[in-house]
Each structure stands twice: as C-alpha cells, then as structure tokens.
Write a protein that binds this ligand. Sequence first.
Ligand SMILES: Nc1ncnc2c1ncn2[C@@H]1O[C@H](COP(=O)(O)OP(=O)(O)O)[C@@H](O)[C@H]1O
Ligand SMILES: [Mg+2]
Length: 351
Amino acid sequence: MSDFTLGILGSGQLGRMIVQAAADYGISCHVFAPDANNSPAGEICNKLTEAEYSDQNALNHFYNVVDAVTCEFENVPISALEMAPESVLKSPGIKALATAQERLIEKETAKLLGIPTSPYWKIGSISDLSDALDALDGSAILKTAKLGYDGKGQIRTKSGDSPEQLWHGINTDFAILESFVNFKKEISFLIARNTKGQTIIFPPTLNHHKNGILIHSTSPAILPQSVIDAGCDYVESMANHLEVVGLLAMELFLTEENTLVFNEIAPRPHNSYHWTIEGCKTSQFHQLVRSVSGLPFGEVETSKKWHMKNIFGQSVSELQSGYSNAKSYVHDYGKEDPKIDRKMGHITWVE
Ligand SMILES: Nc1ncnc2c1ncn2[C@@H]1O[C@H](COP(=O)(O)OP(=O)(O)O)[C@@H](O)[C@H]1O
Ligand SMILES: [Mg+2]
C-alpha cells in the first residue's frame, strides 16, 4: 500500500476511472466536489469532501491530506486549484486549465505554436457578430467561449443569418465564431507528461460525433505517417508549452488534403481514450496516476483494433446487452438518473 494520496476535483465518470486505476497501484483517492456523495467517483473513492469549490476551509482541509491534486473536468474553477499549497502537486497545472477553459485563449495558443486553426472571430456583441458574419465565407459555428461541453453552447450558422437572433440564441456575452471545417475525419491525440517533462503519446483515435457528442471511437486510427507525426508534434508542443502534468488530449480535424486543423484541447482523461483501459498495458487513467505520483510511464502500444461506444440515458439498456456479448467489456458509471444524452457508461470491444 502506497502512502500517496491523490486528490481529485470533480466526481464524474472520469474521476471514477482515475480512482479505479489508482487502486491498482495501492494509491488512495480523495474526491472533492459539490455533489460528491453518490456520484460516480464519490461512491467508490477512499475519502470524499462534499463542498463548493469556493469553500476555502474545506479546500484547506483537503489540501492538508493529499499529495497531489488533479482535475477530472476542465471547468473546475481556477481559484480552487490556486488554493493548493506549493507542497501539493497540481495537475494539469494552472496554465493548462486556464487555457482549456476559454476557447479564444485555446485557439490563440494553438496559433502561437504553429498549429493550424480555422479562421475565427472573437464575439462580444451583436455588432462583432454582424462584422464576423460579413467576413465569413461559408458556414460557421458560434460557440460560447466558456463552459461548453458535449456540443452544448453551440449554434451552426452561415453568412446572411440574423446576428440578433444568433446572439439571443447563444445567450452569453463572450463567444467565438469559427469557420466550419469540411473535415473527412475527426481525430484525437493524447499525451501524458510528468513532472520531469518526460512524455508518452498514445496511438491516435478516430472519432464519430452526433450533434457534437462523441458516439464511437476506434483506435489506432489508420492515417498517413505524416499526419500521425504532425498530430504528435502538435500535442507535444502544446503539452510542453502549457507545462502539463498529467494528460493532455487534442481534438483535430483531418481535411481532404490530409492536413490537420486544431479544434480544442482537454487537459484530462478523454472520452475517446477509454479503449485504453483494455487496449493498452497502461490506460490513460493509469498513465495519469503514474505522471502525478512519480511512477515511471508504462507502455501504450496496441496490436489490435479497438472500438469504444458511449452508452447514453436513452440507450442505457445496451449496457445490459453488452454483458451477453462475451467479447464486450462493459463499464457502468453507476449513475441513477438515465437522462437523454447523459453518459451512463461505455462498451469496449476488439475488432
Ligand atoms: N469549426 C468546426 N467545424 C466543423 N465541425 C465542428 C467545428 N467545431 C466543432 N465541430 C463539431 O462539433 C463537435 C463539438 O465541438 P467542440 O468544439 O469539440 O466542443 P465540445 O467542447 O462540446 O466538445 C466537434 O467534435 C465537431 O464534430
Ligand atoms: Mg470537443
């Protein structure tokens, strides 16, 4: 049994799978979240604190008993991570978290590092939006700059659309308008980086979305070597620039010309890499635990073709049918309320 305690801010399924991986290494986890009780991570962790991320007292107690802290979703308030004393290792780190929380900073960072982006405009008013729609060639997506996930806070648009209506619809004071990328594929790359700056990159994953939500992933994605090399370069330069400790996923579009266009980053375990639990000697969750606890990285190669399918509230019965298929690996997140589009679990299988 290790005497290392990993703190987790957030209590969803990503936290749950971090707890499961940490347990394999004898590492205990302390979950901190406003809804920690009966949550996917809260119900299986060693200790939990149910408190608001603004509760300084509760955070002080939490930071007194953990050796490292990681964020299982990117919208953890920065102030909660900033409260951690020097002695507690912060994952993914303040810079990485702040960058991933704001789509404009995210895109500007990509540009700075030479990672191609589609044209985008900062939108703070109806007149900004009107100018951007005039400059736009083709269709676009208007996204809230902050707090979007699973396709939420996004509207598809084209030149000629009413700026007033769109601005009313997006319902924020800070948005970004992004040119629509006519991609042939959506790909994600995932890197783990430790405190010594050492890195390891997982095989690329091919993703299928519906209404902005990830439905199905396959890996390794069959891609020209030049595309794989570019994606690895991009994710590595971003992880180094942001001084990530832990994991960094990058979502990219592949165009007909086989060039990659940046979409977004997530400095945490990524849904498109859940297949690594069965598919790699060291899953993304294990690699995260290793990165923050000083353990060396494990291997991530795979010789098989893996599939992962998300199971939502509306299709929750598929978790049951997964058990009848001897070749499926079923993951039930232990959520009680099967709402539409709520991720209830996932199923992994090999081709
Ligand atoms: N500029 C774009 N061009 C084409 N499709 C896009 C664009 N931006 C987003 N999408 C589609 O919407 C999905 C969700 O958008 P994303 O920016 O990744 O937001 P989220 O934070 O909700 O994952 C993407 O995976 C992609 O399918
Ligand atoms: Mg996304």
